[in-house]
Design a protein around this ligand. Structure first.
Ligand code: NCD
Length: 310
């Protein structure tokens, strides 16, 4: 693996190997007083974020630091991007300054692919940490890691992704990865928030949440991404919440073993009720914890050899 740009095209063997490595790293660090492996000593990892982020940026930084890499955070607002520098020049600057890996979040779909094209020659690896409405592969991997912990193997499991599918890179990455792992995926959203062509993704598309609930092994709620909406996609926040919000009554309709996921940031009271978000059936903080190990696994696969130097 040279770059991690998408889960579309990520084959089963590579995906499984990343998830297994994340699990091994988690077990290796468990109960250790000092959470530090020497694996990436001498490697330089740069996070280049053109959009806001809490979880993703912090967990990439923690992942790099726990593997002894030097991690440098660049945000568009405090870099020369604010002076008008192009993405290409910024990327080439980072590579020339010694970056072995650039982790990029950008509002334009396809930005990570462009970056990978420019940095190939320099031998710098690229990880997509979310590009516009396209993909967010490490989010899908950490979701899969969490589901595997809660449910075991995912083949044959039925998983719903609910809400603002249209603007969600998390949904796209999850559809591809979950299908590769053999899960059945059902997308639930109002017709205005279903991307065109979703019918051809090998998933079921539904517009009503309630009839789906009793059949699910997991439900993944998505944030309504108002910052990407230019127009009215539903009548009001209250109507959206009544039709698609995961409240206590809906939680009670899920099978006992079913897991609730949310990539964060959550809009409590909109797509998810506070009581549901805080219930033991929600895996939201477990997702964040697994995000560190999954990102360690990705950096390890890109930057280190095949053996884990524990
Ligand atoms: C997501 C993102 O940025 O795509 N958040 C995340 O990375 N955990 C989802 C969102 O912003 O709603």
């Amino acid at each position: 693996m040279r770059h991690l740009l998408s889960t579309e095209g990520l084959d089963l063997a590579t995906a499984t190997s990343l998830l297994d490595t994340a699990d091994t790293l988690k077990q290796t660090l468990l109960g250790r007083e000092v959470r530090k492996l020497p694996t990436l000593r001498g490697r330089t990892v740069v996070t280049l974020f053109y959009e806001n982020s809490t979880r993703t940026r912090v967990s990439f930084e923690v992942a790099g630091k726990w593997m002894s890499a030097d991690v440098i955070n660049v945000s568009a607002s405090s870099s020369s991007v604010g002076k008008g520098e192009s993405l290409r020049d910024t990327a080439l600057t980072l590579a020339a300054a010694g970056a072995d890996c650039v982790i990029i979040r950008h509002p334009a779909s396809g930005a990570a692919h462009r970056l990978a094209g420019w940095l190939d020659e320099a031998g710098t690896h690229v990880v997509n940490a979310g590009d516009g409405m396209h993909e967010h592969p490490t989010q899908a991997l950490l979701d899969a890691a969490t589901l595997r912990e809660r449910l075991g193997e995912l083949a044959g499991r039925r998983i719903a992704i609910v809400g603002d599918l249209l603007h969600s890179r998390v949904a796209r990455s999850n559809v591809h990865l979950l299908r590769t792992l053999g899960a059945e995926v059902v997308l639930v959203a109002p017709p205005t928030l279903v991307p065109t062509g979703a019918q051809h993704w090998g998933v079921e598309v539904r517009h009503e949440l309630d009839p789906e609930l009793p059949k699910l092994d997991a439900v993944m709620m998505l944030r309504v991404q108002a910052e990407r909406m230019h127009g009215a996609f539903f009548p009001s926040a209250r109507e959206y919440s009544v039709a698609y919000g995961l409240n206590q009554a809906r939680l009670d309709k899920l099978p006992e073993h079913a897991v609730v996921l949310h990539p964060g940031p959550m809009l409590r009271g909109m797509e998810i009720a506070p009581a549901v978000a805080d219930s033991p059936r929600a895996a939201i903080t477990q997702q964040v914890r697994n995000g560190v190990h999954v990102r360690m696994a990705v950096l390890y696969h890109l930057l280190a050899g095949e053996e884990i130097a524990a």
